[in-house]
Design a protein around this ligand. Sequence first.
Ligand SMILES: [Zn+2]
Length: 428
Amino acid sequence: MIARGRQLWSRQARFAQADRPDALNCSPVTSAWPNPSAFALLNDLLVGIDEVLPQARALRRAIHADPYVGGFEQPTADLLGAALGRRTTSLAKTGFWTRLGPDGASVAVRSELDALPIAEQTGVSWASTNGAMHACGHDVHMAAVWAVLKAAERVELPTGLVGIFQPREECQPSGAPDVLDSGLLEQQDVRSVIGAHVQPRVPEGLVSSGIGGVNAAADAFDIVVRGHGGHGAYPHVTIDPVPVLATIASGLYELVGRLIDPTHAALISIGRIEAGAAHNIIPDSAMLQGIVRTMHESDRRLLHQEVRRFAEHTAAARGAVAEVTMLRGDPVLANDHGLVVAVDPLLHAAGLPVAEEPFRSLGADDFSHFGQRVPIVMMFVGTGEEADSRHDIGLHHAKFLPQDHTIRTVAAALAAGYVAGAHLAGAI
Ligand SMILES: [Zn+2]
């Protein structure tokens, strides 16, 4: 095993050293890192991953064919647990965790378990037919974490490896805060948590890490405008909430551009507007729902305050009342500086070129909650062909289907993350 591992390693090392294009990211790599122990460990994990890939592919397809939305993932958890064939402990109701390696400090790798309420349109023979779909690549992530754990069983690990299969990433209340509340990180002395997510906006073949914020703080709001209804032909004896709501809606789109430092990313989007029941009846009330995404805590606070102020004062100016409810969601997903600096050269060494320009978006992932407790890194694994197209098939699309070989890329990235985490924990 070890001898074979070294052989493969030398091929990858040659790639990393001789064939690395200039365009690739050259992170601050000191001569001391990656050290020989890190090279050997990563290499052995990669060899192990390659050995279990056929089973990982079959597992991915089985999971994909029978998906479950958040809160109902138990059959998926059972399938994974059986395929792992080792002791697991339930977590956050429908999730579970398992641990390998020595006692003491550990590094966790995390996968989501849940699917989306989307009717699949991929047309593959292993497509889901139950009305749910793994349209966010979580099937790939599960198979990849499984492969890393199976590979790690055959390797002498320098520090503990905790596999976290987390439920309810896509829905509220989301699963990551429940994992934190369970005390798992403290009980298992988890020093860092590693995540990877397929990303069609990153070109195929690249992996993106990036120091600092890579996903946004994700909050939502409800605004209900209350007026006084009546006949559509007698608006002068009503307080019509519809134009009030329309003014609030159009004004909300201007807030970011006028209140937020233009060098900061932030957005407000409205996803739902509802009022009335007939052509000729002015309703008593009207409502809208939307989201606020920010990358800075100060911007987050400001927009919460100003959405409320703008809605309340606009309604008051027309004699109506606006009730505003802000719903606080995930924090900014901020990649740890030390983990990124450690993982980037390992990704290169594993034959995974790192994107020169880190991928950052105002998307959100509840993986960010782990970062409130320990250092984290989320790596985006490119599956995209036309990263600039406005009509591409992206995450949450009924035709989104990463290729099977993505399992290997995600697994290799997670393995590199584990090695980086072990380094940060002082184990190598
Ligand atoms: Zn996802």
